[in-house]
Design a protein. Sequence first.
Lengths: 320, 321, 300
Amino acid sequence: MLEFENLRTYYKTPQGLLKAVDGVSFTLEKGEILGLVGESACGKTTLALSTVRLLPPAAQVMEGRILLHGEDLLSKTDDEMKKVRWKKVSIIFQGALNSLNPVLPVKEQIAEAILAHDSISRDEVDKAISRLFKAVRLDPGRRNGYPHEFSGGMKQRVMIAMAIACDPEVVIADEPTTALDVIVQRQILDLIRNLRDDLHISMILITHDLSVVAQLCDKVGIMYAGKLVEFGDIFSIFETPRHPYTQALLKSIPKMEQTRTQLSYIPGSVPDLTGEVPACRFYSRCPYAQKLCAETEPKAEATGPKSHVACHFWRDLKSH
Amino acid sequence: MVNLAYVARKVTGLLITVFLVLTFNFYLFRVLPGNPVTLLFRGVGLSAEQIRELTSQFGLDQPLWVQYSAYIRNTLSGNLGISFQSRAPVLNLVLPSLVNTAILLSVASFLSIGAGIFIGIVSAWRRGSKIDITASATTLVLYSMPTFWLGLVLLFIGVIYLHLPVGGMMTISFVTIGALPQLADLTRHMILPLMTLVLGLTGQYVLVMKGALLDVFTEDYMVTARAKGISNSKLLWDHGFRNAVLPMMSLVALNLGLSIGGAVQTETVFSWPGMGLLIYRAILARDYPVLQGAFLVVTVAVILTNFVADMLYPLLDPRVT
Amino acid sequence: MMMTVETQENESYSTSRAYIRAFSAFWGVYKRNKMGVIGLCMLIFFVVVAILAPIIAPYDPSREFLSSTLLPPSWIHLFGTNEAGQDLFSQVIYGTKASLTVGFAAAFIASTIGTLIGITAGYFGQLVRDLLMRLTDFFIVIPALVLMIVLASVMGSGLTSVVLAIGLVGWTGTARVVMSQTLSLKERAFVEASRASGAGDFYILRNHILPNVMPVVFAQTVLVVANSILYEATLTFLGLGNPNQVTWGQILQFAFVSGAILTAWWYVIPPGLSIMLVVLAFSLTGYSLDLVFNPRVRKI
């Protein structure tokens, strides 16, 4: 339904061209939650912003297509995009602390999203907002309040309510739980799961937290340094990870049953995306790195009907 | 919606500040060592006998706290002393002047805030464009000019080329003619001083509006708003302007002191019968009671205006109470 | 990037070499801003004029050419003459020196007061800070020009009074800036380290806080000078200066009082234009300095 085809989004910086998203391709099917996982600054948010065309002035989509039901979003005019935004694709941003306008009542902010796409009466809008509040487990009586009167978790619920207000086809949630404490995180995740079950929303869930992915997602895409290194359904990724990075990520999750007191981690750091990049982005940190990895970029190879991996040696690696 | 505790806090602040100003005013004229009488009658050769008599007449031989309490009592009951020049009570001179200055300054503030907001928004929305650069350059140049000099230049151009009046607030003979010609006459007198003030004040407002708006554009909620697909005008007004106007309002209150300075200069150049002209004439005549009274009244007026602004601010910013 | 003077660095260096290096680093950044360079050139021009006044000015500014009163500009009198027959070009030249001197002097006083108050407020505890900030706010609320007028009147008119009046009122901007700078410096590691090794407050203030506050004070002072020159012009225009001391504001005062403003444009334009250009020069330089020392400040 939502297809990313070889998306390349680069930033112009004083130090050179920063390849934030460098040839990413995958597909989101209807009614599924797709998790997009990766370390900070691996391009996940840039990808999200590219989809709704809200990139900062320094960024530009250099290549690729983003197809929503076959229509390329990247070729639409600004006016056409206004109709797409929120009605077809909505975004929940991370850090809801400042994502709401402090001087407008919360109801107004949701109402303007609805009214921008549908002409319905004020009365209908108000009823819709009450329904939305109930759907996200908020007291509808508080809908006239201002953002500073809500807690962090409540603000995030408001953001979710706002995001589903126009019945979008796709919701992109960018780190929806990162800024919240653990208990509230759990509540939000439960909420998202309930919404998926009740409303059959298709969602891209961006996160760096694999445990969140495990709880909610149907499919997972692992991103590293602007590339999609592995993609597949949740069970195969977790049970048989093929890419060394995926394997390392999974190993680094502390398990309750672990008797060892040492946490495993991935040594090294993400390469600088502006300079000369070795062919395989993971080369400097990969325990299986070979000369070929430094010379030729690994192409995505299918490992199953709906999964792929980008590594020269995935067939030879044992998946732990 | 307005919190009682907030109002109480602001009122307390107001009273304390006014009290401090009263005290400050009292000491201001006792800043120099020596007898204030010699200060007041500098240049007039006084005999020791005369000095002693005047000293007791002014109550200056009393202990300081007696003088101070007398001063406070007098001031609070409206007795601000007697003018040296005209022998009239200072209050009678100050109040009508205050009204005239208020007229000039409020129209000028209104116009310059409006212009500042408009130009500021355009400059921010089209940052780096010719309009933006022209506005910034003009602002800088105007800001570097003394207000009185701008007034002199406008006076020259206005009188010689546009046949506007040389000064004053109205033509006396018009009083009998009727309201509409009077209004036209007032307007003709007001154009030049108004222009001077507006040109001087607008720059600051443009700068703050533009800066505030540019800051707001980088906020997270702006990205959210754009993501919702709302119209550009809604974006600019409901989200951009409604937030940028907050630091702008703070500036307006802060700027009042500077505006008074501009008004003093403008009124002097154009002989507009307000506080500025009153002060100017008092300087020339060394009329200290008038100076003291004018200073007090002007400062208290500014403090009161700030207080009103504080009371209105929560209406714009729901976070403040 | 703040230019810090870390006195605890292990590297040894000769002090003068360090200053030269610091200066060329500074100039490298400063000269990137075209406006700042233009401002600086204008400043240098005016300072040179002020210093070389006796050489450049064709006549003694107080000399009265009794047969040449209120003459428009000519080759003999480049800026024309005033109602007393004095050559206005010479007056404006000599006025440069007086106006600049008053501006610098007043700014020096204002900056000193502002820095002292700012450092004290920023460094010592909450109570001191609150008190001093209330004081600063008090001075900000009072209309500045009116207060200066009152002070200058009370102290007796003349340029000394003008300088004092401006200095005693114009310190608030510096105080605020210095206070916030001191507050952030106070938390920095090298101050904590110094205190941990037993340094007293005065030592820390003198050797750590003060040197690191100076760049900001310097940039701020340049802007204060600009303002002081404007205020001096205004105060002397209103009659609070010394009629025997020629400053640009004083020339304009005579122009106004003699009623010549509606006829003798040459009386009014050159002094005012000079004020404007000098203030512009200081403003451009000041903003550029601010950019160098405080890159987060957005360009206008």
